[in-house]
Design a protein around this ligand. Structure first.
Ligand code: ADP
Ligand code: ADP
Ligand code: SF4
Length: 595
C-alpha cells in the first residue's frame, strides 16, 4: 500500500510548472494518479489507489512538498486516523492496560499526540477517511475482535473518565488566573492535595499566582492538577519538560503512586525518566508528518533499547539506519591533559537578586570545551549564564577577557521575531542556507527546518521554535556559546542531532559551549566537564568550578542521593531503584555515577 502526503503549505502550483502532474507515468499513460483538485483549493491530489509509488513527482517538486511511502499491504487494515486528504496517516494504537504505565516513545510528528487524543476520547478516529463522521458505534464495530475493543467500549460508554495533561504548558499558563493553592484546592477531587504537594515538592510555589510561575513550576502545577482529579485514565504529554532532574524523578514517583490500578499513558523524550516511570513501552516510528506506526508493547528496558538500536526484533522492523550510541568516542578527541589554551575565565563571582544570592567559584574553560551545567531549578544557572553574556553585571568579580563574541539561546522560547524562519536564519548568518555546507546538511536539514522556511516564526510550535533558536545560536560565529535548556520539546533523535552539532562546532571553532540541561543523557553524551550548582532553590545558589564529567555527575547525584548504573547492552545511564542492591552497593563505593 501507499501513503502519499502533500504538505499544502509548501505546495505552490502558481510558481512551478506542475511537473509532478506532467511527468507522472500513470498520467502519461492516460490514467490519473495525480491532478489538480478543487477539494484542496486548486492544488494537486494524489490517488493512492492508482499511484504506483515511482517517486517521480517527489523528485520533480521544487518545494519538497510531496512524500510517497510504500508500505506492506497488510498495513492497510491498521489505519487508524487521517486528518485530511493526502495528510499524515496513523497506523495502530498502543493497548492501554489497567494497572500499567505505558510509555510512548518516538520522534516528533509521528502521531504521539494524536494517539493520546484518540485514547482520551477527544478525537474520534476515522480509519483513514478524513470525510467520515463516525459514531462511537462505528468505531467499536471497527475494533470488534481486537484487543483494543474493550478499552474503547468502556471509554465510549462513559465508564472511563479521562484526564489529559497537554504538551505545551505555556498555553495553559496564559489561560489560568488565581494562585496555585486556591486552584488546586478547587480541583482536588481525591482529597490528596497534601500528598501531591509533598510528592511534587510544591511548597515553595504554593502561594504564587499561576501567571508568575516559571516553566518548571507550571509543569508541576499541571501534573498536580491532573493527579488530583478522580479519573480512570491518566494521560501525560511530555511531563518532564522544564523540570530538573530531581523534579523529574519526583514527578515519575508521583504519577506511579497516584495512578495505581488506572490506565496510564505517558509520552516523553527523556529516556532516563521513561525508563524509571513506565512498565511497558510502545515505539512509534515512521516519517515525521507523513506516517506513524505503532509497535507492539515491550518491557520498558527492552523497548528503549530497541528504540536506540533502531530495530524492533519482535516485528523484524529496522526503522533507523544508525544506532544511537552513548559516549561519542570519535568526538572526545581533544586531549585536555595537553596544553589547551584557556578561552574564558572568571574570578569568584557574587550576585544578589532581591531574595536570591548567588556565588560562583572561580573557573575557566578551554578552547573546544563543552561545559555541562547541572543543578536544580531556581539555583542560579540562568543568572550565571546572563552574567557570562553580559546581560547582568555581578556585584563582585569579573569574566575575562572582555570583548568575546557571545551567542546565547535563552531558556524561555518567545516567538517575538516578526518574519519568516528563512528571514530569521539569514539574519543570523548570510550563508546558513547554502545547501553545500555541512551545517545545512547536518543541522538545518536533519532538524527539518528547511521544510518550514516560509512559516512565520510566531506561528511555530514549541519544538520548531526550539530547533530554530538552537540552530540560529549555533550558526552564529562566536567564541562562547551559551545554551540554556536546548533539549526541551525536542525528541530523542533531535536531541542527539543538536548535541553532535554543539560538539562539532565547539571543537572546530575552538569555542566554548556552556550547556544547561536537565537531560543527563545529553551531558553524558557531549559534556567534557561539568559545573555543579547546589544550594536552596529560590534563596541561594553556589556554582562550583568545572570538574571532570565523572566527578561532577557523581557530586550532583550524591547531592540528590540517586545512583545511576549503565545498561549492559546500550551503555545508556539508568536510575537504580532506591534501596536496591545496586543502589546500596554504589553508595557504599561512592560511585553514584558509574562509567
Ligand atoms: P507528535 O505528537 O508525534 O509530534 P502529532 O500527533 O502532534 O505528532 O502530529 C502528527 C502529524 O499530524 C503531524 O504531521 C501534524 O502536522 C498532523 N496533525 C496534527 N494535528 C492535526 C490537525 N488537527 N489537523 C491536521 N493535521 C494535524
Ligand atoms: P535556574 O536557571 O537555576 O533555574 P535562575 O538563575 O533563573 O535559576 O534563578 C535563580 C533565582 O533567582 C530564582 O529564585 C529567580 O526567581 C531569581 N531571579 C532571577 N532573576 C531575577 C531578577 N531579575 N530579580 C529577582 N530575582 C531573580
Ligand atoms: Fe505519479 Fe509516481 Fe507521483 Fe504516484 S509517485 S503520483 S505514480 S509520479
Amino acid at each position: 500500500m501507499r501513503v502519499a502526503v502533500i504538505n499544502y503549505d509548501f505546495c505552490k502550483p502558481d510558481k512551478c510548472n506542475l511537473e509532478c502532474i506532467r511527468f507522472c507515468p500513470i498520467n502519461r499513460s492516460g490514467s490519473k494518479a495525480i491532478e489538480l483538485s478543487e477539494i484542496v483549493k486548486g492544488k494537486p491530489v494524489i490517488y493512492e489507489e492508482t499511484c504506483i509509488g515511482c517517486g517521480i513527482c517527489v523528485k520533480k517538486c521544487p518545494y519538497e512538498a510531496i512524500s510517497i511511502v510504500n508500505l506492506p499491504d497488510k498495513l492497510s487494515g491498521e489505519i487508524i486516523h487521517r486528518y485530511k486528504i493526502n495528510g499524515f496517516e496513523l497506523f495502530g494504537l498502543p493497548i492501554l492496560k489497567q494497572g500499567y504505565i505505558i510509555g510512548i516513545l518516538g520522534k516528533n510528528g509521528t502521531g504521539k499526540s494524536t494517539i493520546l487524543r484518540i485514547l482520551s476520547g477527544e478525537l474520534i478516529p476515522n480509519f483513514g477517511d478524513p470525510n467520515a463522521k463516525l459514531s462511537y458505534d462505528d468505531v467499536l464495530n471497527k475494533f470488534k475482535g481486537k484487543e483494543i475493543y474493550d478499552y474503547f467500549y468502556k471509554l465510549y460508554n462513559k465508564n472511563l473518565k479521562v484526564v489529559h495533561k497537554i504538551q505545551y504548558i505555556e498555553y495553559a499558563g496564559r489561560m489560568l488566573k488565581g494562585n496555585v493553592n486556591e486552584l488546586l484546592n478547587k480541583i482536588d477531587e481525591r482529597g490528596k492535595i497534601d500528598e501531591v504537594r509533598e510528592l511534587l515538592s510544591m511548597q515553595n510555589m504554593w502561594n504564587k499566582s499561576v501567571q508568575t510561575l516559571s516553566g518548571g513550576e507550571l509543569q508541576k502545577f499541571l501534573v498536580a492538577a491532573a493527579l488530583l482529579r478522580e479519573a480512570d485514565v491518566y494521560v501525560f504529554d511530555e511531563p518532564s519538560s522544564y523540570l530538573d532532574v530531581r523534579e523529574r524523578l519526583n514527578m515519575a514517583k508521583g504519577i506511579r503512586e497516584l495512578t495505581k490500578d488506572k490506565y496510564v499513558a505517558v509520552v516523553d523524550h527523556d529516556l532516563i525518566v521513561l525508563d524509571y516511570l513506565t512498565d511497558l513501552v510502545s515505539i512509534i516510528y515512521g516519517e515525521s508528518s507523513v506516517y506513524g506506526r505503532v509497535s507492539k508493547l515491550y518491557s520498558a528496558r527492552t523497548g528503549i533499547n530497541n528504540f536506540l538500536n533502531g530495530y524492533l526484533p519482535a516485528e523484524n522492523v529496522k526503522f533507523r539506519q544508525d544506532e544511537i550510541k552513548f559516549m561519542l568516542k570519535e568526538l572526545t578527541d581533544l586531549d585536555f591533559s595537553k596544553n589547551v589554551k584557556i578561552r574564558i575565565k572568571w574570578s569568584e563571582i557574587k550576585k544578589n537578586l532581591s531574595d536570591f544570592s548567588l556565588d560562583i567559584e572561580e573557573g575557566d574553560a578551554r578552547e573546544g570545551e563543552v561545559i555541562g551545567i547541572v543543578g536544580p531549578n531556581g539555583i542560579g544557572k540562568t543568572t550565571f549564564m546572563r552574567i557570562l553574556v553580559n546581560e547582568i553585571t555581578p556585584d563582585y568579580g569579573y569574566v575575562m577577557p572582555e570583548g568575546l563574541r557571545m551567542s546565547y539561546k535563552p531558556q524561555k522560547l518567545i516567538p517575538e521575531y516578526d518574519g519568516t524562519v528563512q528571514q530569521y536564519l539569514e539574519n543570523v548568518s548570510k550563508d546558513i542556507l547554502s545547501t553545500s555546507s555541512w551545517f545545512f546538511e547536518e543541522v538545518i536539514r536533519k532538524l527539518n527546518l528547511h521544510r518550514i522556511l516560509e512559516s512565520e516564526v510566531k506561528d511555530l510550535s514549541g519544538g520548531e521554535l526550539q530547533k530554530l533558536y538552537v540552530a540560529g545560536a549555533l550558526a552564529k560565529e562566536a567564541d562562547i556559546y551559551v545554551l540554556d535548556e536546548p533539549s526541551s520539546y525536542l525528541d530523542v533523535e533531535e536531541r542527539y542531532i543538536v548535541a553532535k552539532a554543539i560538539k562539532r562546532i565547539t571543537r572546530e571553532r575552538k569555542a566554548v559551549t556552556f550547556l544547561v540541561d536537565h537531560d543527563l543523557a545529553i551531558h553524558d553524551y557531549i559534556s567534557d566537564r561539568i559545573m555543579v550548582f547546589t544550594g536552596i532553590p529560590g534563596r541561594e545558589g553556589h556554582g562550583k568550578s568545572p570538574t571532570s564529567l565523572r566527578k561532577g555527575m557523581n557530586e550532583f547525584l550524591k547531592e540528590m542521593q540517586i545512583t545511576f548504573r549503565r545498561d549492559a547492552d546500550t551503555g545508556r545511564p539508568r536510575v537504580n531503584k532506591l534501596g536496591s542492591y545496586l543502589d546500596r552497593l554504589q553508595k557504599e563505593r561512592n560511585e553514584y555515577y558509574s562509567l
